[in-house]
Design a protein around this ligand. Structure first.
Ligand code: FE2
Length: 168
């Protein structure tokens, strides 16, 4: 049974990851996301994933986006893409979706280390496969510091942006 700190809304997408080792890594990372491997870098424990909302500007409008709902939207778009193109690696895409924005909960830290950078540091330390590290590192797309170099990374960056724009 999954601990309560794993959002219930994400369970279908976690269950759809067929690789047991990857599924367990995702479950552990999300469940323990309030514990950073370098606790000396933060002064307070962040809110749990289920309570996190990001505020940002969409044009001149301030938008508040819930992390749980955003990830559900990204997973749904990725499942649609995998149905259309079955050669895409669904495990890599779903695992990346569930973990890609979690570092946002470290508000005070991500003003100095971007959430994708901090996220990759944690995922690297926890033994995630390179394909997932690359998708997370490149999820800003071609305008970010790590351009997407795999099909999964290209599709992910595009559909993450589609989800983000739908939510504005
Ligand atoms: Fe995202």
């Amino acid at each position: 049974m999954m601990p309560q700190s794993f959002p219930q809304e994400w369970m279908p997408y976690l269950s759809a990851i067929s690789d047991t080792s990857l599924r367990q890594k995702v479950a552990l990372y999300v469940t323990n996301s309030q514990k950073l491997s370098r606790p000396d870098l933060v002064s307070k424990t962040p809110n749990p994933v289920s309570e996190h909302k990001s505020k940002f500007y969409a044009g001149s409008k301030v938008v508040s986006r819930g992390l749980v709902a955003h990830v559900v939207n990204v997973c749904e778009l990725l499942l649609w893409a995998c149905k259309k193109e079955p050669s895409l690696k669904q495990d890599v895409l779903l695992a990346s979706a569930l973990v890609h924005d979690i570092a946002h909960i470290y508000d005070e830290l991500v003003s100095l280390l971007d959430h994708s950078f901090l996220g990759v540091c944690e995922l690297y330390a926890q033994g995630f496969p390179l394909e997932v590290l690359h998708v997370v590192a490149s999820h800003f797309g071609t305008s970010g510091p790590t351009p997407p170099m795999t099909r999964e990374a290209v599709v992910f960056a595009m559909l993450d942006a589609v989800a983000a724009n739908m939510e504005c």
